[in-house]
Design a protein around this ligand. Sequence first.
Ligand SMILES: [Zn+2]
Length: 226
Amino acid sequence: MSAFEKIFLIGTEWDFVGEIVLRSIVMFILILIVLRLSGRRGVRQLTLFEVAIIIGLGSAAGDPMFQADIPVLYAVIVFSCVITIYKLVTLLASRFKAVGELLEGKAMIVVKDGLFDVKHENDNSYSKMEFFAELRNQSVEHLGQVRLGVLEVDGTLSLLFYGEEDVRYGLPLFPTNYKHVDTAVSQGPFACMYCGLVKDFVGDKFKCERCKRDRWTQAMNTRRIG
Ligand SMILES: [Zn+2]
């Protein structure tokens, strides 16, 4: 037996193949119905709780498609339970704030007045790299454009910007400008590469007073376009 046969065909019961097609169609329709019943409009971003629900539905949906000894009814029972839990918990979360926070976490201020909020620097709940990427996705060139940034529980970032006239110097977010500079030979203002604090002059090996780090880059103050 070739490796191909061993991997792809071993133990195939050809009589069952037609039934797999039928089972798959039935399960697919059931999944759609259940997702419609959940009341969600789409799944651009999911909270952790919703991911748990999707995993629950997904594993129950897959097995009856190709396992002869699992009747579709089992999956329907699982679906009913999962969707009932979802509805119930969502209802509780909307009534009681504490339940919602326990389940999905809280929205978190991550940028304030053009600076990263260093309160969260020891949190593992968001990675700086991801966060930079999200800011770039929203066409933010540097932190001096951002008045307030809030990380929502579904992982999206909500931003409020400074008006054109109020844009200040800030930490660049694109790799072309986010570069360590030697503060002894460059012209300021400089921005702390970690927290975004801006200083006009920075001495050699000068430590940022907010985050105690000593890496600086050239700050920029371009306005926001578009
Ligand atoms: Zn700093």
